[in-house]
Design a protein around this ligand. Structure first.
Ligand SMILES: Cc1cc2nc3c(=O)[nH]c(=O)nc-3n(C[C@H](O)[C@H](O)[C@H](O)COP(=O)(O)O)c2cc1C
Length: 203
């Protein structure tokens, strides 16, 4: 058992990052953390969402069952795991819009010393997995967060494609994940909780 509070915050249009976030939630609980699974608000107009069957279906399926991330959740959390699809090699605007509301918390020093890590997905194996995670980590450095990158701390990372920045997956043409990333996601979540526990008791 640990006294760590973990927020798993994701954005997903077609379900990939929702699934990754759910695996992280499960592993966080297994590690003894109190866990909140949260989605950032959808900011795209309904007209755009409705033009894409998969996007519309995912939006409808999750909008009433997954709570929307609030600033109070960031303040509450000792550890945060983000999971996002790449958008032209960077984080999606939906997450950036949420992050851009954190200036007040940042100013009060309330975002410092949290253990954070990030996961990503892309349609192409070289379509921006690492760059997307790094775009988030740049912001995390401004928060004074402690980045708990997985590195190569488990064989599961090699099996998932070997991304040491954070677990990432390629979404195939059929919408399914190509690599088996579930063990790597779970390892990353447990490691983030362990880092947060160490920080919480010593910083
Ligand atoms: C506007 C837009 C930009 C995208 N840019 C990239 C990209 O640069 N590289 C890539 O491989 N995939 C790109 N994709 C594909 C998404 O990353 C992919 O659909 C996503 O990872 C699936 O995650 P989700 O199911 O959680 O929405 C883009 C998709 C959209 C809609």
């Amino acid at each position: 058992m640990t006294n760590v509070k973990l927020a798993v915050i994701y954005y997903s249009s077609t379900g990939t990052n929702y699934q990754m976030a759910q695996w992280a939630e499960e592993a966080g609980k297994e590690a003894g953390a109190e866990v909140k699974l949260l989605r950032v608000a959808e900011t795209a107009p309904m007209a755009a969402i409705e033009q894409n069957e998969g996007w519309k279906a995912h939006f409808e399926a999750t909008k009433d069952i997954v709570p929307e991330a609030q600033l109070s959740d960031l303040e509450w959390a000792d550890a945060i795991i983000f999971s996002v699809p790449t958008r032209f090699g960077a984080m999606p605007s939906q997450l950036k819009a949420f992050i851009d509301t954190t200036g007040g918390l940042w100013f009060q020093g309330k975002l410092a010393n949290k253990a954070v890590s990030a996961m990503a997905s892309a349609s192409n194996a070289h379509g921006g997995h690492e760059a997307t995670i790094l775009s988030l980590y740049t912001t995390m450095m401004h928060w004074g967060a402690i980045i708990a990158a997985p590195g190569y701390t488990s064989d599961a990372i090699f099996a998932a494609g070997g991304n040491p920045y954070g677990t990432s997956v390629t979404q195939g043409q059929d919408g399914k994940m190509i690599e088996n990333v579930e063990p790597a996601v779970k390892h990353q979540a447990k490691r983030t909780v362990a880092v947060a526990a160490a920080l919480k008791n010593n910083l």
